[in-house]
Design a protein around this ligand. Structure first.
Ligand code: FAD
Length: 526
């Protein structure tokens, strides 16, 4: 990492944010020879932003993903980049027949959804009965926009841009309002509860929600990176530094301005050291960050000042979505006793989704000792508030590792893992709900855990969704350079066609690189 003194010279490009879009933009700029001096400033002490991969104690080589965790085979930039970086990957199972749906106090296996003789605890319309809940959504959309579910990617977006329902464009509709036309309320409740998330089915821009949800055409598969998804930005950052790029951690961008020579002047400070502000000059500034982070920068200067026409509307065209993740490690995979080993199970309890993450090899001479970790809770919306009731360490004791065996001794909790330590009552409650959703009364005590609430600053939410009436096709290009006369650019997941995905973060980085810095598309994009 660079020393503060190294940056006295004017930079060609300053990038703020060492999430995946920031390090990617820096590396591409240097690799293409479009800039000589590039420095990335990051307010936290780590590279990766919303990619955060942690090894649980006692499970070396296993990475729990507190942020982004998987990619799909139809994401050209991500798939190409991972190949280019030579990172090993593995399949990421999501929906297995034996996975459990514990809804309204009833256990239903995933494979039972298609069985018309299985009584579900929902009073569905005749036409909705015997349908897989994923198909319920497609059924609803097809009722109101015939033909929409037969398309994907660019043709689908083009079709939806032109389509009108009751004389209103699809982007002027809320997705929830639209679903209410095509689905019974009970059907909607089933789709929401069994989908694992609450917020995607609420009132976001119907055009973008449909485009994103129905992009998963038949044959699309999920994969994950063996060394954790954070290894993508970490590897890119290494390559960036090898090309002479510099990364300065603990450097918060407080505000920026433009001087008489047209250079962007960054005002930076160390958030922990309360150090006085330092100034850095650059020919261009790339803000690689989401909406909430932009809003935390002082609203002054030629771009963010509230008097600059249009920019606030652009910034406010998306909304950050609360997301919460909690990983819990157990001495052995007790859930296997009810026949689940991989994929995920869902419930309407506040834990919402549980992924059977990884199971280690037997150890200590006992075949039952197989340390195992669950992504025990992955929830959004109001459920995040449920867990916040247990999150304050001032009022609740921290959860301590209770099992100290040879594996944990050889691979203890890292400093980073301990930074995301939950409280003891949070784990007790999550453990109780896990046993309830699996219908298991007796299970071993959890021995380690880590959690995150992405609602905290500077993220304000885990992902961002387009608001009703926002026209993403117009906002995206405008947002990459909000004031055309000023060399300040914005990239990242928030203002993209791939919200909630790394692909979206790279997509807007590419728009900035190609449209504003004159780079060609990467030849490795698949
Ligand atoms: P970020 O990663 O948010 O990076 C922004 C950076 O800017 C941060 O490091 C921040 O500290 C820094 N910063 C902000 N303000 C300042 C400032 N003023 N000064 C200095 N630095 C600043 N994607 C997938 O592809 N697959 C998934 O399975 C998936 N699941 C997800 C699950 C969760 C729980 C979450 C939270 C996200 C998930 N995503 C997933 C989304 C994915 O993680 C993001 O799209 C991507 O990591 C965003 O990268 P970014 O560069 O746009 O922004």
């Amino acid at each position: 990492m660079a020393e503060a003194g190294d940056r006295r010279q004017d930079l060609d490009v300053a990038i703020v944010g060492a999430g995946v879009s920031g390090v990617y933009a820096g590396w591409r700029l240097l690799a293409a020879g479009k800039a000589k001096s590039v420095t990335i400033f990051e307010q936290s002490e780590r590279i990766g932003g919303r990619l955060l991969s942690l090894e649980p104690p006692g499970m070396p080589g296993v990475f729990c993903e507190l942020g982004g965790m998987r990619f799909t085979s139809n994401q050209p930039l991500v798939v190409g980049l991972i190949k280019e970086l030579e990172l090993a990957t593995h399949p990421f199972p999501v929906e297995e027949g034996e996975n459990i749906n514990y809804l309204r106090g009833t256990h239903v296996r995933q494979q039972e959804f298609g069985d018309p003789t299985k009584k579900l605890p929902y009073d569905l319309d005749w036409a909705e009965q015997g349908m897989n809940p994923d198909d319920l959504l497609a059924y609803a959309v097809e009722q109101v926009i015939p033909g929409a579910t037969q398309m994907s990617t660019a043709p689908l977006r083009k079709f939806l841009e032109r389509y009108k329902l009751d004389g209103r464009h699809v982007y002027d509709w809320g997705f929830w309002n639209l679903l209410a036309r095509g689905l019974s309320h009970e059907g909607y409740e089933l789709a929401r509860a069994s989908g694992g998330y609450d917020t995607p089915l609420l009132n976001w821009n119907a055009l973008d929600t449909i485009s994103l949800n129905f992009d998963l055409a038949a044959g699309v598969t999920y994969s994950a990176v063996d060394g954790g998804y954070q290894s993508v930005p970490l590897t890119v950052a290494e390559k960036f530094e090898k090309l002479g790029g510099k990364i300065e951690l603990s450097q918060h961008l407080d505000s920026f301005d433009v001087d008489a020579d047209g250079k962007v002047v960054l005002h930076l400070s160390d958030p922990d050291a309360h150090a006085k502000h330092e100034e850095v000059r650059a020919g261009a500034l790339v803000l690689a960050m989401p909406r909430r982070s932009l809003e935390l920068i002082s609203p002054t200067g030629p771009v963010l000042d509230r008097s600059v026409p249009g920019v606030r509307d652009l910034i406010e065209s998306v909304t950050p979505i609360p997301l919460f993740k909690l990983c819990i490690a157990y001495p052995y995979p007790w859930w296997e006793s009810v026949g689940v080993t991989q994929g995920r199970s869902q419930t309407d309890l506040p834990i919402r989704q549980c992924y059977y993450w990884a199971t280690g090899r037997p150890h200590g001479g006992n075949p039952d000792n197989r340390k195992s970790v669950l992504l025990a809770t992955y929830d959004d919306g109001l459920n995040v508030d449920f867990w916040n009731g247990y999150s304050n360490p001032k009022h609740h004791p921290p959860f301590e590792t209770v099992e100290e065996d040879e594996l944990v001794a050889a691979h203890p909790a890292s400093e980073l893992w301990n930074k995301y330590k939950p409280t003891a009552p949070m784990i007790a409650e999550a453990d109780r709900q896990l046993r309830e959703m699996h219908g298991v009364r007796v299970a071993p005590k959890p021995y380690a855990a880590a959690y995150i609430d992405w609602g905290v600053d500077p993220y304000g939410g885990g992902v961002n969704f387009w608001n009703i009436h926002a026209r993403s096709s117009q906002v995206i290009p405008s947002m990459t350079n909000p004031v055309p006369a000023v060399p300040v650019y914005v990239c990242g997941e928030a203002y993209s066609n791939g919200q909630g995905w790394v692909e979206g973060a790279l997509e807007t980085a590419e728009i900035v690189l190609q449209e504003h810095f004159g780079l060609s598309a990467p030849d490795w994009a698949s």
